[in-house]
Design a protein around this ligand. Structure first.
Ligand code: HEC
Ligand code: HEC
Ligand code: HEC
Ligand code: HEC
Ligand code: HEC
Length: 233
């Protein structure tokens, strides 16, 4: 036997086994890496009631401030979605005359229906962290001068909101690590956080704002955390 099949062949089965296992690991690994939420969640756009709330129109064209509707954002960890009463304030039947068109009435009927039935509009949540992440603290990020733009993208240009950023752990940590060294890449003056068009212009040319770095850092209270307990239970 050993004359026909040289000795080294004995090591072939283990070699094949290693190859198969290695190949499988690489495949599973690649699948894990590319198919985990980090990749497929970007662009996530659930179907919304009434075709979606149009931020491009209300926040962009009409110039409504984010805080008119997301009114808790500066005081609470949670951002709130406005109740139907907020919409009804402008979209009540008797106010429609100012908008005239029958087409507009039709598009906004779902608001008055919900209001009359005293039922909430069933908006579907777009951005959501897994349960094992602690309550994400909106208020402290806003106070530090982190704009909605950094985490939600150009909402003022969105007819329907979609997820623009991965919201993965490495994404959170990348900013936390860099913010001390390059605050101008991530922070804007506080009074600017909800002015997303101006923020986009500013953050796309951060090198113009290096001189402001020290002043921007003054708005930070804590060193942005990297310890596990800050974000996990
Ligand atoms: C007139 C009220 C109103 C204004 C003004 C407004 N929003 Fe919204 N926003 C809503 C409603 C209603 C929803 C829920 C529907 C949806 O997700 O599309 C929402 C959803 C969102 C979401 C997605 C929430 C989720 O489910 O993850 C983000 C992010 C957001 N708004 C950011 C902003 C920003 C930033 C601004 C200011 C530039 C702003 N909004 C201004 C009413 C408003
Ligand atoms: C401050 C007043 C105001 C508030 C509050 C408001 N809207 Fe509007 N909305 C408008 C105006 C004005 C228009 C018409 C603008 C136009 O056609 O240029 C409009 C248009 C719309 C349209 C028609 C969209 C289209 O594509 O033509 C929908 C749907 C709508 N609003 C839903 C909502 C919902 C849902 C809320 C509550 C979360 C809300 N609006 C809150 C003023 C308001
Ligand atoms: C540092 C990143 C960051 C910034 C800055 C930020 N958000 Fe968020 N936002 C998130 C994350 C992460 C979630 C999901 C939170 C969760 O699942 O607990 C979220 C969720 C939301 C929601 C959904 C809340 C719900 O209950 O459905 C709204 C609305 C929202 N943000 C609006 C805003 C607005 C408006 C601003 C600016 C004033 C803003 N966010 C700034 C990261 C951010
Ligand atoms: C664009 C930059 C940026 C991104 C992205 C970001 N953070 Fe932060 N984060 C900061 C800054 C700046 C601070 C310091 C705030 C302060 O204390 O003044 C901070 C502070 C925090 C704190 C401590 C403050 C507190 O009130 O507990 C937590 C927790 C936190 N971030 C969680 C997250 C999580 C979770 C994500 C990802 C979903 C995230 N951050 C994404 C910039 C960012
Ligand atoms: C700044 C906030 C933050 C800090 C600090 C942090 N994490 Fe995370 N972590 C997250 C977020 C957000 C997710 C959810 C990611 C997603 O949905 O894809 C996550 C997910 C995870 C996961 C699930 C696997 C994955 O990558 O999706 C593990 C395990 C984990 N973190 C462990 C840790 C450990 C261990 C530490 C300390 C060394 C730590 N985390 C520190 C925010 C943080």
């Amino acid at each position: 036997m050993s004359l026909i099949f040289p000795k080294w062949l004995n090591s072939l089965p283990p070699l094949i086994a290693v190859g198969v296992v290695g190949g499988l690991t690489a495949t599973v690994g690649a699948f894990w890496y590319y198919a985990t939420p980090k990749f497929w969640r970007v662009g996530y756009t659930p179907t919304q009631p009434g075709g979606g709330f149009n931020h491009q129109l209300h926040a962009g064209k009409l110039g409504m401030d984010c805080r008119y509707c997301h009114s808790n954002i500066e005081v609470s960890a949670e951002a709130n979605i406005p109740s139907v009463h907020v919409c009804f304030g402008c979209h009540a039947e008797n106010r429609l005359s100012q908008f005239q068109l029958a087409a507009h009435k039709e598009k906004t009927d779902f608001i008055r229906e919900a209001y009359e039935q005293d039922a909430p509009i069933e908006w579907r949540r777009v951005h959501v962290l897994p349960d094992y992440v602690r309550n994400f603290p909106h208020a402290s990020h806003i106070a530090a001068g982190v704009s909605c733009y950094s985490c939600h993208g150009q909402i003022m240009g969105m007819p329907v909101v979609y997820q623009a950023e991965p919201l993965s752990m490495s994404w959170c940590l990348d900013c936390h690590r860099d913010v001390q060294d390059n605050p101008q890449n991530h922070l804007v003056p506080r009074d600017m956080v909800t002015k997303l068009i101006a923020v986009e212009a500013r953050l796309s040319n951060p090198s113009d704002h290096v001189a402001d770095a020290a002043r921007l850092l003054e708005n930070i209270k804590l060193t942005p955390p990297e310890n596990c307990g800050a974000c996990h239970y």
